[in-house]
Design a binder for this molecule. Structure first.
Ligand SMILES: *Cc1c(COP(=O)(O)O)cnc(C)c1O
Length: 457
């Protein structure tokens, strides 16, 4: 293959990507009818003996794959708190893929190592988190929990005179893990992966918005980790951090904050009050691929005490190598990995502080507009719409399920099912840069139409 062929191929990939994105406003938000069946049957072939031309490979992926996608990059996808991808972040991701850097350290990729330092610094600046905090760029909030809670586990055991790094968990002093009863499932999964157990946690009761009730708090004794949530995945509600962190720190506990999407409220002066107090946590898990609108996968782990992170993640026992520089490999669970920092840096550079605040504020305003539109049509909104999350019911469980199915089948917008305070519900998460006010109006109309066309039982 000549250089000219590569240039053509990459240009064609960019053309096809642009065509895909430009078609999103007019297409069904779910996979196009029949597309997935066609893709699955086209893929049902043995590994060919002979290779195909590169243009054919790309044509196959676009021809069969693109119609089978969920249009989550578009403005009317409201599932799972996913964001879209900002143009600058997408373009940065293309270029960084061409670089094909192994991002484990300065030697393997000085470029990515430098972007990583800068990207982490900007994230801390944007959120007002302690500048001394160290970080790791991982796949998502789940792995960010894993990273932070490994540091937490090792540190609280070290304080109890136990070296878990060398001696493992067998025979170690017991750790008390305290969570809210509304903790995200990913946090419990991580506790199980870390040998801390999903079920042996102490669960604090929450109010009707899923926020921990800061009263009758248990006395903290011995090695303890307290996990708070900045942004409940259904209601968007925040655990009251100020009071809870004061209580936890008075008892010598480590405080971990699940801020997957909600912690980005700190980027907006108008919304930062919701997340008041979270800057005093010991570690934070957040997503880039949600509200920052960078491509998958992208999660960020931050730990206030840099040495707690490096002690837990060091591959060689030495934190700083190559002339005292930060080595990502000694701060993250992974060694080889992609250049996530470039996407994050590009998103923040293209938005600036103001653009980031505006994005978060606009999505919150759009969530309120959507809730108002649904309420005006007689739909019951179950949560206080404080952030970007709206939880609604259409009556009985069966009818709610039917309306959600009708909304998804209609293809004008996509919202998923959830259970909120024991009730079947539909959840709408507004977290994409691509969502316009017209998208909100079209979505309200589509949901109301589905409600009208679904008989009451
Ligand atoms: C999405 C989410 C997670 C898990 O994040 P991943 O990026 O999917 O690993 C954890 N906590 C909360 C509150 C979330 O919204």
């Amino acid at each position: 293959m000549t250089t000219n062929d590569t240039r053509h191929l990459l240009a064609e990939a960019a053309q096809r990507a642009a065509d895909y994105l430009e078609a999103l406003p007019d297409r069904h938000v779910g996979p196009l009818p029949g597309a997935v069946e066609k893709l699955v049957s086209a893929l049902d072939m043995p590994l060919p003996d002979q290779g195909s031309g590169d243009a054919d490979v790309l044509g196959f992926i676009d021809g069969y794959g693109s119609p089978s996608t969920v249009a989550s990059a578009g403005g009317r996808y409201f599932g799972f708190v996913t964001g879209g991808t900002l143009p600058a972040a997408l373009a940065a991701n293309y270029l960084a893929s061409a670089w094909d850097q192994n991002s484990f350290g300065w030697t393997s990729s000085p470029a990515v190592a430098a972007f990583e330092v800068a990207a982490l610094r900007w994230v801390k600046e944007a959120l007002g988190l302690p500048m001394a905090a160290e970080g790791a760029l991982v796949t998502g909030a789940t792995m960010a929990h894993f990273t932070c809670l490994t540091a937490a586990r090792n540190r609280v055991l070290r304080q109890a005179g136990w070296d878990v790094d060398a001696d493992g968990l067998f025979g170690a002093p017991a750790i008390t893990v305290i969570v809210g009863e509304e903790a995200h499932a990913s946090l419990l999964k991580v506790l199980s992966m870390l040998g801390l157990g999903r079920s042996r946690v102490v669960r604090l009761p929450c109010n009707d918005q899923g926020r921990i009730l800061p009263r009758d708090l248990p006395q903290i004794k011995g090695p303890t980790i307290v996990c708070l949530q900045a942004g409940n995945v259904n209601s968007g509600g925040f655990d009251p951090a100020e009071l809870l962190i004061e209580w936890a720190h008075a008892g010598g506990a480590w405080v971990h904050a699940d801020g997957a999407f909600g912690i980005w409220a700190l980027a907006s002066p108008a919304l930062a009050g919701l997340a008041k107090g979270y800057t005093a946590a010991d570690s934070w898990a957040l997503d880039g691929h949600k509200w920052l609108n960078v491509p998958y996968d992208s999660g960020i782990a931050l730990v206030a005490d840099a040495s707690a992170l490096s002690d837990a993640m060091s591959i060689s026992g030495a934190y700083l190598m190559s002339g005292g520089r930060r080595e990502a490999m000694n701060l993250t669970p992974e060694s080889s990995r992609r250049a996530r920092a470039v996407d994050i840096w590009a998103a923040l550079k293209s938005l600036g502080r103001q653009g980031l605040a505006e994005l978060v504020e606009r999505n919150c305003r759009q969530a309120r507009d959507l809730a108002d539109g649904l309420r005006a049509a007689g739909v019951e909104v179950l949560n206080d719409v404080v952030l970007n999350q709206v939880v609604v019911s259409f009556g009985s469980e069966a009818r709610t399920k039917e309306v959600i199915e009708a909304v998804q089948a209609g293809g004008e917008c996509w919202c998923g099912a959830t259970v909120w305070k024991g009730r079947a519900a539909m959840r709408v998460s507004v977290s994409s840069w691509a969502t316009t006010d017209e998208d909100i109006a079209r979505s309200v109309a589509a949901i109301v139409k589905a409600v009208r066309e679904t008989p009451e039982q």
